[in-house]
Design a protein around this ligand. Sequence first.
Ligand SMILES: Nc1ncnc2c1ncn2[C@@H]1O[C@H](COP(=O)(O)OP(=O)(O)OP(=O)(O)O)[C@@H](O)[C@H]1O
Length: 291
Amino acid sequence: MSVIKANNLTKRFGDFEALHGLSFSIEEGSITAVVGPNGAGKSTLLKIISGLIKRTSGEIKVLGEDPWKSQKLPRMLSVILDKPYLPQFLTVEEVIKEATSEFDADYSYALSLVEELNLTNFLKSKIKDLSTGTKQKVQIVFSLIKNPKIIVADEPTANLDVASRFEVYNIFLKLREKMHTTILISSHIASELIAISTHILGINNGVLRYVGEISKMIRKDLLEEFYITVDNVQRAVSLLKSYTVEVYGNQLKVRGNLVNIVSELVNNGVRIFYIRNSILDKSVQGEVGWV
Ligand SMILES: Nc1ncnc2c1ncn2[C@@H]1O[C@H](COP(=O)(O)OP(=O)(O)OP(=O)(O)O)[C@@H](O)[C@H]1O
């Protein structure tokens, strides 16, 4: 069942057309990687879907509602933006309690999200005293407390290190599995995102380049090959014994499921600096076609 449907969707800012007649649909329970170079139109599209800005022409329906006009949609859809907007003088605990009561949600569920994002030690800290990455994680918890049917996340992991990015991805994967939540995530660095997504929507210069199931667009062997830069190569190699690993300096070329590989390393104290799947990145930048 499709939960988002766009038909000939256009957005103009003055004389500049940022989106040129996009038509697509998004299936319930999918994780869609919204990818494209800087300035492609990703944020503009996600803001229209979330009801934050109004389309210029065409049609968009989200859970059957017009996102710009709907009063019901804000209860069912959560937006996560790249810059956290939270009350600076409240503590993390106060922010979470407020959100829990506002959305009539379960406080123990909120605390489980806090735990999964390793925020328990920050409960008594004021938002203003947190690092940007930690604020971002609090914003993610805040957005998820109302148990949305759709999550629209615009570069949600932009300020986070690799371990924290995968904590967030793991929450998204669990929500999809347990609650059948539909998730759209944008990024212009797509290797990791594609590894956790079921679908991909590629935009360039406001034009829809491709949309559909990742498994039908990219060969599985190309999806499962990553270069990972780590602090301790020897330890990483011994932890990844069951995978095919090649070593190039402090970089490993590993084949397999990225989420499992990263948790194996991070949970055993290996620090990851960098993850790349160059073919996916180039595809997303429009340098090579889908294979
Ligand atoms: N409020 C605005 N007024 C005028 N132009 C805008 C406005 N918002 C976005 N644009 C333009 O629309 C185009 C698409 O911008 P958008 O932010 O959607 O791209 P993006 O794909 O999210 O880029 P990035 O990866 O850099 O975040 C850009 O050329 C941008 O300059």
